[in-house]
Design a protein around this ligand. Structure first.
Ligand SMILES: Cc1ncc(COP(=O)(O)O)c(C=O)c1O
Length: 467
């Protein structure tokens, strides 16, 4: 029997259930208010900071006060990515099963460092990873793991590429290479690659940014030429990164051509499909990712188009042996160290949250068909947005098959930054400003699974009023 003295940290089961119920009801009411209110609510920062300063942690506070204060502040102090008119930066309104998964994971709080301590959780994650890897077209036997997001998955890809390219990298790091190790990605790639190169010790200048064609896709001929130049200069090309769904414009690099160049250069071929990877769900749209099956590794974020809660990415690879070579370590104090099984010896993390339950529950609840409908709905709504804007004389300057538009207002309108700022100030929708082919554009991405045509109408109206 545990203590039941009403401790604030460990209330007894009856009190816990009471506060869990209160929280459930308050969150549901808040969600209703969020949907009915502004996407960009305003917070009185002076009042908020003064409240915050009042938390001196000298004594206990009542759960009722804490829960309602926190929900109230977040309701006013965040851009609501869980609002259907958040046309934002790939962050989704979370699917209900993913939210439930977070709650279940929090309650059991399993430690996924080892299989030994959490066999059910580790096997659920592996099962989902294998299913996603197969769906992406990787060979049977492909695996990988959940990550905190796309940046960690991409970092894992670089460590694998370096480990595979030079056996001495494990012991001696970048200095083991006879020539400077370099990697290639398009100039429109996600620039976490720069930080990743820095962190890995190969240095920021090791990231070669390849030019794009007029549509914003990596120019494979320029990629091949840069690799040849680097080789002549004594560098060691270790990895080619193709982006499948660029962050600004949703462009998909020519995957088969990039795969061919990588193979000819004996370089690791990584596909960063952090957002665009959602297309694997749709039989109709999957063809856009043709060539992804040739990848040595793939990044797909479940917390983007798969609509899980934040902090849920995936790293997929047919080369599970390289993951072991990159992350294996032996200690006496861990309960087990089984190659290819225990997550702490095959991934960057050590202590590990049960991230994958979110995609497991969501995928099991909806099935691949449910996810196909989700992805196709977003693409269809994007087409509606395009048609409505073009009818008013606006121009769409990107040509992505995905659910993101780069938009230019009609001639004579206000500057795009001013337009976006006015839309945000109206609270009716959220859009961003992005650079596409050297010019500023308004970027609108259909990210919310509950967005409907009415939301598109309101967005178009808000844009027109702001122009
Ligand atoms: C193409 C691409 N790769 C990687 C990332 C980084 O992913 P995360 O923010 O999940 O670390 C992003 C984020 O938007 C992205 O668009």
């Amino acid at each position: 029997m545990g203590r039941t003295d009403g401790s604030p940290l460990f209330p007894d089961n009856a009190a816990r259930r009471h506060w869990d119920d209160v929280l459930t009801r308050e969150l549901a009411a808040s969600r209703d208010r969020v949907f009915a209110g502004a996407v960009t609510p305003r917070i009185d920062l002076d009042a908020f900071r003064s409240d915050l300063a009042g938390f001196d942690f000298r004594g206990p506070m009542a759960p009722a006060t804490l829960l309602s204060w926190t929900i109230g502040q977040l309701e006013h102090g965040l851009v609501h990515i869980n609002h259907p008119r958040y046309f934002g930066l790939f962050n989704p309104g979370p699917a209900a099963p993913a939210e439930w998964a977070d709650r279940i994971a929090a309650s059991f709080n399993p430690q996924l460092a080892t299989w030994t301590t959490s066999p059910a959780a580790v096997e659920i994650e592996s099962h989902v990873i294998r299913a996603v890897a197969r769906r992406a077209g990787l060979a049977a036997g492909a695996g990988g793991h959940f990550t905190t997001g796309g940046a960690e998955a991409n970092y894992t890809a670089l460590i694998c590429a370096l480990t595979r390219a030079e056996p001495g990298f494990a012991a001696d790091g970048a200095r083991a290479f006879a020539g400077r190790p370099v990697l290639y990605a398009s100039k429109d790639c996600h620039l976490a690659w720069i930080k990743i190169a820095h962190q890995s010790g190969i240095g920021r200048r090791a990231v070669r940014l390849v030019g794009t064609d007029a549509a914003g896709r990596m120019d494979a001929a320029e990629l091949a030429a840069m690799i040849a130049d680097d080789r002549r200069a004594g560098c060691r090309p270790v990895m080619v990164v193709a982006t499948a769904g660029t962050t600004n414009a949703g462009m998909i690099d020519p995957l088969p051509a990039c795969a061919g160049v990588a193979r000819d250069a004996d370089a690791w071929f990584h596909v960063d499909a952090a957002w665009g990877g959602g297309l694997i769900a749709s039989g109709r749209l999957f063809g856009c990712l043709s060539g992804i099956e040739r990848a040595d590794s793939i990044t797909i974020d479940a917390h983007k188009w798969f609509a899980t809660t934040m902090g849920c990415g995936m790293f997929l690879t047919p080369h599970r042996d390289v993951l072991t070579a990159a992350f294996e370590v032996t200690t006496g104090y861990m309960p087990s160290a089984t190659r290819d099984v225990d997550p702490y010896v095959t991934t960057m993390q050590w202590s590990r949250r049960f991230l994958g339950l979110r995609l497991f529950l969501a995928l099991a609840a909806a099935g691949w068909d449910g996810y196909a409908a989700h992805v196709e709905h977003a693409v269809e709504l994007t087409a509606v947005l395009r048609r409505r804007l073009e009818a008013l004389g606006w121009r769409i300057v990107n040509d992505s098959p995905l659910a993101v538009l780069c938009i230019e207002p009609p001639p004579g309108s206000a500057d795009v930054r001013a337009i976006a700022a006015r839309v945000l100030a109206s609270g009716r929708a959220w859009v961003s400003v992005a650079a596409f082919q050297g010019r500023d554009v308004i970027r609108a991405c259909v990210t919310h699974g509950e967005a409907a045509e009415d939301d598109i109408v309101i967005l178009v109206d808000a844009l027109a009023a702001a122009a």
